[in-house]
Design a protein around this ligand. Sequence first.
Ligand code: ATP
Ligand code: MG
Length: 558
Amino acid sequence: MEEIISKNFIQDFMDEDLAANPGMKVHTRFPPEPNGHLHIGHCKALCVDFGMAKKYNGLCNLRMDDTNPAKEDTEYVDAIKEDIKWLGFDWDDRFFYGSDYFEKDYELAVDLIKRGLAYVCELSAEDFRNPKYCGDLTHPAVSPWRDRPVEESLDLFARMRNGEFPEGKYTVRAKIDLASGNFCMRDPVIYRIKYVEHHRQGTKWCIFPMYDFAHPIQDALEHITHSLCSLEYEIHRPLYNWVRDNVNIPGNPVGFPRQIEFARLNITYTVLSKRFLRGLVEGGVVDGWDDPRMPTLCGLRRRGYTGSSILEFISRTGVAKSDSLVDIRQLEACIRDELNETADRRIAIAHPIKLIVDNYPEDKTETFDLPNHPQYPERGTRAVPFCRELFIDADDFAEVPPPKFFRLKPEGEVRLMGAYIIKCGEIVKNADGTIKEIHVTADLETGNGNPVDGRKIKGTIHWLSAKDALDTTLHLYENLTTLENPADKPEGKEYTDYINPNSLTVVTGAKIEPSLASAKAGDKFQFVRFGYFCKDSKLDNTFNRVVGLKDSFPKSEQ
Ligand code: ATP
Ligand code: MG
């Protein structure tokens, strides 16, 4: 199997580490916070975490980072696992919860206090924002409680745990360096009081460790060698190292676990933030986390993306040390390339107009065998019924044709795909001027597989038998937001100000060929001359357009 992740700078670090530590086995982890569904940005982290482990024949753990208590957690845990499995990653039996280590976190914090490396502080949240206490670039931070006797801190911490104090009254802070140029190191808070029910621990705890304290401990307890994370954690790395080096967790080589940061995935017209995505769901802007317009894995899946096309996209975009913006059309190209190979061809007509073949017998039906895939004859054919009354797409007819219009026009000739050549006759209108039906005559000597049919005709259009075609609804999509680079959002604006009003077009009354009656949810087809479509998994009789047929992305930029 091809490698999940191409050569990258993390490999250089790992090579160095393995050379310096004989016997070391690469062990990574993927630590999602179960406060929403995974999005395609997480897929990048998954590919890096699982991909690097695989490259080195190592292991990757799945750990729910649930140290921050939030009520809605439980529903997301299973969904996250499902999405990861769908992509084909496997954590075997190494599935953990950050909250399972709460007792250990507490014990280690007590130990830090005992060794004079942490203390209970009484500054309020407001004090923490007051320059008098938090300092600034030229002034150190100040805590009047820094030199509180160890016994007193231990007693207060135990009572914090017992629920004797209100939220915000006390915090535990690591005693590091109030004058550090890195504000993360200015005696960061490592524990705070919070009266919130935890999705797994219930009301057992009313104190919770901060991420910067809990994360290196979790990594060290699981003997992670390389803690790979996105770039925004770079500034936290000194704190990660401090915690790792000052708590006592045996079994890890000196200097490990090691944090290495890589650039986040950013995509044009796409906001990769669970908070924003949750807002869309809760605000009813989209039809749930799995709305096919969402950049969530469940949304992309419902839209018709495959796991392999998403992995291919991540692989094409690579792993870098600095942030960049990837064109969303690159993602579309990946699924288009794949479906071009894998999807069977079918006929759908979005805006049907009636076509009557005047010289075709009224009671006759014949079938034409159309190939499932023109490049792969071995994939067989399906029978498409033909009769006197047909549908064609309104777009394939022009009463006043623009130049170079090779589809049906008055007096014009066109080939019905895989069937007869027809010539346009009378155009019958409704009272309101719209087209009621178009009469044509067919050259019945022509037709699929007929050896005398050597006629050259410029235009070919697709068609369906009016009495056999099935009704369906088609969903067509555009980008969910109109902001090309989400990082360019002006001050004072919200992402919700940039929702594309045309992100969904619902086409009702569309027609599809009868063979699609047996299509199952998730089945994907190329609707010829129209795009790749996937049968929706929630709505009855609805097909979602995964992507159009044509790539609008210049090859030179790919
Ligand atoms: P969000 O802001 O969407 O909530 P997050 O970083 O808070 O994202 P987590 O559940 O904490 O979400 O993320 C799990 C892992 O996925 C982290 O290691 C994080 O760095 C990584 N990750 C999240 N978004 C991206 C992205 N756009 N590109 C690469 N990695 C990402
Ligand atoms: Mg996070």
